[in-house]
Design a protein around this ligand. Structure first.
Ligand code: GLU
Length: 297
Protein backbone atom coordinates (compact mmCIF):
# COMPACT_ATOMS: atom_id res chain seq x y z
CA UNK A 1 0.00 0.00 0.00
CA UNK A 2 1.29 3.43 -0.93
CA UNK A 3 -0.19 6.82 -0.32
CA UNK A 4 -0.76 9.23 -3.13
CA UNK A 5 -1.89 12.80 -2.69
CA UNK A 6 -2.10 15.84 -4.86
CA UNK A 7 -2.52 18.35 -2.10
CA UNK A 8 0.15 20.82 -3.11
CA UNK A 9 -0.80 20.72 -6.78
CA UNK A 10 -4.36 21.64 -5.82
CA UNK A 11 -3.08 24.37 -3.55
CA UNK A 12 -1.10 25.83 -6.45
CA UNK A 13 -4.28 25.81 -8.54
CA UNK A 14 -6.07 27.61 -5.71
CA UNK A 15 -3.41 30.31 -5.80
CA UNK A 16 -3.91 30.78 -9.53
CA UNK A 17 -7.67 31.08 -9.09
CA UNK A 18 -7.15 33.57 -6.28
CA UNK A 19 -4.89 35.54 -8.60
CA UNK A 20 -7.65 35.77 -11.24
CA UNK A 21 -10.33 36.91 -8.84
CA UNK A 22 -8.19 39.22 -6.71
CA UNK A 23 -8.17 42.98 -7.16
CA UNK A 24 -4.46 42.95 -6.51
CA UNK A 25 -4.20 40.45 -9.33
CA UNK A 26 -0.69 41.24 -10.45
CA UNK A 27 0.68 40.97 -6.95
CA UNK A 28 -1.05 37.66 -6.32
CA UNK A 29 0.11 36.34 -9.67
CA UNK A 30 3.63 37.28 -8.76
CA UNK A 31 3.48 35.33 -5.53
CA UNK A 32 1.85 32.41 -7.34
CA UNK A 33 4.64 32.29 -9.90
CA UNK A 34 7.33 32.58 -7.24
CA UNK A 35 5.82 29.85 -5.06
CA UNK A 36 7.86 26.67 -4.99
CA UNK A 37 6.91 24.22 -7.71
CA UNK A 38 4.42 21.88 -6.12
CA UNK A 39 4.74 18.15 -6.43
CA UNK A 40 2.24 16.95 -9.04
CA UNK A 41 1.82 13.48 -7.71
CA UNK A 42 3.42 12.31 -4.49
CA UNK A 43 3.91 8.66 -3.75
CA UNK A 44 5.65 7.59 -0.54
CA UNK A 45 6.34 4.27 1.17
CA UNK A 46 3.76 3.57 3.88
CA UNK A 47 4.99 4.31 7.38
CA UNK A 48 7.67 6.72 6.21
CA UNK A 49 7.92 10.22 7.67
CA UNK A 50 7.16 11.48 4.17
CA UNK A 51 3.88 9.50 4.01
CA UNK A 52 2.89 10.62 7.53
CA UNK A 53 3.50 14.29 6.80
CA UNK A 54 1.82 14.01 3.41
CA UNK A 55 -1.30 12.40 4.85
CA UNK A 56 -1.50 15.00 7.60
CA UNK A 57 -1.04 17.74 4.99
CA UNK A 58 0.84 19.54 7.72
CA UNK A 59 4.43 20.08 8.88
CA UNK A 60 6.01 22.05 11.73
CA UNK A 61 9.23 23.80 10.77
CA UNK A 62 11.71 25.63 12.99
CA UNK A 63 13.45 28.71 11.63
CA UNK A 64 14.92 32.02 12.80
CA UNK A 65 12.69 35.08 13.27
CA UNK A 66 15.27 37.89 13.51
CA UNK A 67 17.72 37.27 10.66
CA UNK A 68 16.96 39.43 7.59
CA UNK A 69 17.46 37.54 4.33
CA UNK A 70 17.32 34.08 5.95
CA UNK A 71 14.48 34.02 8.47
CA UNK A 72 12.72 37.19 9.53
CA UNK A 73 9.21 37.38 10.96
CA UNK A 74 6.83 39.51 8.93
CA UNK A 75 4.58 40.94 11.66
CA UNK A 76 1.78 41.63 9.14
CA UNK A 77 1.49 38.07 7.88
CA UNK A 78 2.72 36.44 11.09
CA UNK A 79 5.00 34.24 8.97
CA UNK A 80 8.78 34.35 8.56
CA UNK A 81 10.49 35.26 5.27
CA UNK A 82 13.93 34.55 3.85
CA UNK A 83 16.15 32.02 2.11
CA UNK A 84 15.79 29.37 4.84
CA UNK A 85 12.02 29.82 4.71
CA UNK A 86 11.99 29.36 0.91
CA UNK A 87 14.15 26.23 1.16
CA UNK A 88 11.73 24.85 3.74
CA UNK A 89 8.75 25.63 1.48
CA UNK A 90 10.40 23.73 -1.40
CA UNK A 91 10.73 20.65 0.83
CA UNK A 92 7.13 21.01 2.08
CA UNK A 93 5.81 21.33 -1.49
CA UNK A 94 7.62 18.13 -2.48
CA UNK A 95 5.91 16.43 0.46
CA UNK A 96 2.60 17.53 -1.04
CA UNK A 97 2.05 20.07 1.75
CA UNK A 98 0.74 23.50 0.73
CA UNK A 99 2.12 26.67 2.31
CA UNK A 100 -0.88 27.01 4.61
CA UNK A 101 -0.12 23.54 5.96
CA UNK A 102 3.17 24.79 7.40
CA UNK A 103 3.29 25.76 11.08
CA UNK A 104 6.34 27.94 11.66
CA UNK A 105 8.09 27.85 15.04
CA UNK A 106 10.90 30.15 16.10
CA UNK A 107 14.01 28.15 16.83
CA UNK A 108 16.88 30.14 18.32
CA UNK A 109 20.42 28.77 18.10
CA UNK A 110 20.39 26.96 21.44
CA UNK A 111 17.04 25.16 21.15
CA UNK A 112 17.38 23.62 17.68
CA UNK A 113 18.63 20.20 18.82
CA UNK A 114 16.16 19.89 21.75
CA UNK A 115 13.23 20.95 19.56
CA UNK A 116 14.11 18.23 17.05
CA UNK A 117 14.76 15.65 19.77
CA UNK A 118 11.46 16.40 21.56
CA UNK A 119 9.49 16.25 18.32
CA UNK A 120 8.39 19.90 18.67
CA UNK A 121 9.40 20.42 15.04
CA UNK A 122 9.59 18.05 12.07
CA UNK A 123 12.65 19.82 10.72
CA UNK A 124 14.82 22.89 11.31
CA UNK A 125 15.98 25.22 8.54
CA UNK A 126 17.73 27.97 10.49
CA UNK A 127 21.28 28.91 9.41
CA UNK A 128 22.14 25.60 11.04
CA UNK A 129 25.76 24.52 10.69
CA UNK A 130 26.33 20.81 10.13
CA UNK A 131 29.03 19.61 12.54
CA UNK A 132 30.12 16.41 14.28
CA UNK A 133 28.91 17.39 17.76
CA UNK A 134 25.39 18.11 16.48
CA UNK A 135 25.44 14.94 14.33
CA UNK A 136 25.56 12.97 17.59
CA UNK A 137 22.00 14.05 18.40
CA UNK A 138 20.31 15.08 15.13
CA UNK A 139 20.65 14.27 11.42
CA UNK A 140 21.31 16.76 8.65
CA UNK A 141 20.33 16.91 5.01
CA UNK A 142 22.42 19.26 2.89
CA UNK A 143 24.38 21.41 2.90
CA UNK A 144 22.29 23.82 0.85
CA UNK A 145 24.61 26.81 1.49
CA UNK A 146 28.08 27.42 2.94
CA UNK A 147 28.54 30.58 5.02
CA UNK A 148 31.62 31.70 6.96
CA UNK A 149 32.06 33.29 10.39
CA UNK A 150 32.81 37.00 10.15
CA UNK A 151 32.69 40.12 12.34
CA UNK A 152 30.40 43.16 12.31
CA UNK A 153 31.56 46.47 13.78
CA UNK A 154 30.29 50.04 14.10
CA UNK A 155 30.45 52.16 10.96
CA UNK A 156 33.99 53.36 10.29
CA UNK A 157 35.43 50.42 12.30
CA UNK A 158 36.62 52.65 15.20
CA UNK A 159 38.47 49.77 16.92
CA UNK A 160 40.30 48.73 13.74
CA UNK A 161 39.10 45.12 13.94
CA UNK A 162 40.21 43.24 10.81
CA UNK A 163 39.92 39.65 12.01
CA UNK A 164 39.33 37.44 15.07
CA UNK A 165 42.84 38.06 16.48
CA UNK A 166 41.94 41.73 16.87
CA UNK A 167 39.11 40.81 19.26
CA UNK A 168 41.63 40.30 22.11
CA UNK A 169 40.68 42.64 24.95
CA UNK A 170 37.51 43.73 23.13
CA UNK A 171 33.89 42.91 23.93
CA UNK A 172 32.29 40.77 21.23
CA UNK A 173 28.71 39.55 21.14
CA UNK A 174 27.36 36.27 19.78
CA UNK A 175 24.55 33.84 20.50
CA UNK A 176 24.44 31.01 23.01
CA UNK A 177 24.43 27.57 21.37
CA UNK A 178 25.99 28.83 18.14
CA UNK A 179 29.20 27.65 16.49
CA UNK A 180 30.64 31.23 16.33
CA UNK A 181 30.28 31.69 20.11
CA UNK A 182 31.94 28.33 20.70
CA UNK A 183 34.80 29.19 18.35
CA UNK A 184 35.50 32.43 20.22
CA UNK A 185 35.57 30.49 23.52
CA UNK A 186 37.83 27.78 22.12
CA UNK A 187 40.19 29.69 19.85
CA UNK A 188 40.09 33.36 20.89
CA UNK A 189 39.80 33.26 24.70
CA UNK A 190 41.38 36.73 24.96
CA UNK A 191 38.15 38.22 23.64
CA UNK A 192 35.46 39.16 26.16
CA UNK A 193 32.47 37.20 24.88
CA UNK A 194 28.94 38.40 25.65
CA UNK A 195 26.07 36.08 24.60
CA UNK A 196 22.32 36.43 24.08
CA UNK A 197 19.65 34.09 22.74
CA UNK A 198 19.29 35.93 19.38
CA UNK A 199 21.53 38.07 17.16
CA UNK A 200 19.19 41.09 17.09
CA UNK A 201 20.10 41.68 20.77
CA UNK A 202 23.79 41.71 19.82
CA UNK A 203 22.99 44.30 17.14
CA UNK A 204 21.19 46.42 19.77
CA UNK A 205 24.28 46.26 21.98
CA UNK A 206 26.60 47.26 19.15
CA UNK A 207 24.34 50.20 18.37
CA UNK A 208 24.35 51.48 21.96
CA UNK A 209 28.07 50.86 22.47
CA UNK A 210 27.64 47.96 24.91
CA UNK A 211 29.90 45.78 22.74
CA UNK A 212 32.59 46.58 20.20
CA UNK A 213 31.84 43.80 17.74
CA UNK A 214 29.33 41.09 16.84
CA UNK A 215 30.41 37.76 15.41
CA UNK A 216 28.47 35.11 13.53
CA UNK A 217 28.03 33.95 9.93
CA UNK A 218 28.74 36.55 7.25
CA UNK A 219 25.29 36.20 5.65
CA UNK A 220 23.51 36.87 8.95
CA UNK A 221 25.69 39.91 9.58
CA UNK A 222 25.09 41.16 6.04
CA UNK A 223 21.35 41.20 6.76
CA UNK A 224 21.91 43.13 10.00
CA UNK A 225 24.23 45.64 8.27
CA UNK A 226 21.62 46.17 5.54
CA UNK A 227 18.99 46.99 8.16
CA UNK A 228 21.23 49.29 10.22
CA UNK A 229 20.86 52.55 8.27
CA UNK A 230 24.61 52.75 7.91
CA UNK A 231 25.32 52.21 11.63
CA UNK A 232 27.21 48.93 11.11
CA UNK A 233 29.71 47.46 8.70
CA UNK A 234 30.98 43.98 7.92
CA UNK A 235 34.70 43.32 8.38
CA UNK A 236 34.44 40.97 5.37
CA UNK A 237 37.12 38.50 6.36
CA UNK A 238 35.37 35.14 6.88
CA UNK A 239 37.53 32.72 8.88
CA UNK A 240 35.50 29.47 9.02
CA UNK A 241 33.21 27.34 6.87
CA UNK A 242 29.61 26.98 8.07
CA UNK A 243 27.77 24.45 5.90
CA UNK A 244 24.02 24.92 6.43
CA UNK A 245 21.95 21.76 6.80
CA UNK A 246 18.33 20.88 7.41
CA UNK A 247 18.13 19.33 10.85
CA UNK A 248 15.86 16.38 11.55
CA UNK A 249 15.39 13.46 13.90
CA UNK A 250 18.46 11.25 14.30
CA UNK A 251 18.25 7.97 12.40
CA UNK A 252 15.45 8.80 9.96
CA UNK A 253 17.59 7.91 6.95
CA UNK A 254 14.67 7.70 4.49
CA UNK A 255 13.58 11.23 5.34
CA UNK A 256 17.17 12.50 5.12
CA UNK A 257 17.61 10.86 1.70
CA UNK A 258 14.33 12.35 0.54
CA UNK A 259 15.28 15.88 1.64
CA UNK A 260 18.73 15.48 0.06
CA UNK A 261 17.05 14.46 -3.22
CA UNK A 262 14.75 17.51 -3.03
CA UNK A 263 17.71 19.82 -2.40
CA UNK A 264 19.64 18.39 -5.35
CA UNK A 265 16.61 18.77 -7.62
CA UNK A 266 16.18 22.38 -6.53
CA UNK A 267 19.88 23.05 -7.28
CA UNK A 268 19.38 21.62 -10.77
CA UNK A 269 16.06 23.11 -11.80
CA UNK A 270 16.67 26.69 -10.68
CA UNK A 271 14.31 26.82 -7.67
CA UNK A 272 17.27 27.14 -5.29
CA UNK A 273 18.81 30.07 -7.22
CA UNK A 274 15.38 31.68 -7.58
CA UNK A 275 14.85 31.43 -3.80
CA UNK A 276 18.27 33.04 -3.26
CA UNK A 277 17.56 35.89 -5.69
CA UNK A 278 14.26 36.76 -3.98
CA UNK A 279 15.68 36.72 -0.44
CA UNK A 280 19.34 36.92 0.65
CA UNK A 281 20.44 37.86 -2.88
CA UNK A 282 18.05 40.81 -2.90
CA UNK A 283 19.86 42.14 0.18
CA UNK A 284 23.45 41.52 -0.91
CA UNK A 285 22.83 42.32 -4.58
CA UNK A 286 24.96 39.28 -5.35
CA UNK A 287 23.96 36.57 -7.78
CA UNK A 288 23.27 33.12 -6.44
CA UNK A 289 26.55 31.27 -5.93
CA UNK A 290 27.18 27.73 -7.17
CA UNK A 291 25.15 25.43 -4.93
CA UNK A 292 27.27 23.19 -2.69
CA UNK A 293 27.46 19.40 -3.01
CA UNK A 294 25.08 17.51 -0.78
CA UNK A 295 26.93 15.37 1.76
CA UNK A 296 25.21 11.98 2.16
CA UNK A 297 27.34 10.99 5.14
N1 GLU B 1 25.61 28.74 11.61
C1 GLU B 1 25.96 28.93 12.98
C2 GLU B 1 25.28 27.92 13.88
O1 GLU B 1 24.60 27.07 13.42
C3 GLU B 1 25.65 30.33 13.44
C4 GLU B 1 24.31 30.84 13.08
C5 GLU B 1 23.25 30.54 14.10
O2 GLU B 1 23.50 30.67 15.31
O3 GLU B 1 22.17 30.17 13.68
O4 GLU B 1 25.44 27.94 15.06
Amino acid sequence: MRTTRKVAALAALGLTLAACSSEAGSQAEESASSAPTAAEDVDFPEGSTMAELNEAGAITIGTKYDQPGFGLLNPQSGAPEGFDVEIAKIVAAELGIPEDGITWTETVSANREPFIQNGQVDMVVATYTINDARKQVVDFAGPYYVAGQDIMVAEGNPEGIEGPEDLAGKTVCSVEGSTPAQRIRDEYPEANLVTYDVYSKCADDLRNGGVQAVTTDNVILTGLVAGSDGAFELVGNPFTEEPYGIGMELGDTDFRNFVNDVLEESFEDGRWADAWDRTAGAITGEEAPEPPSVDRY
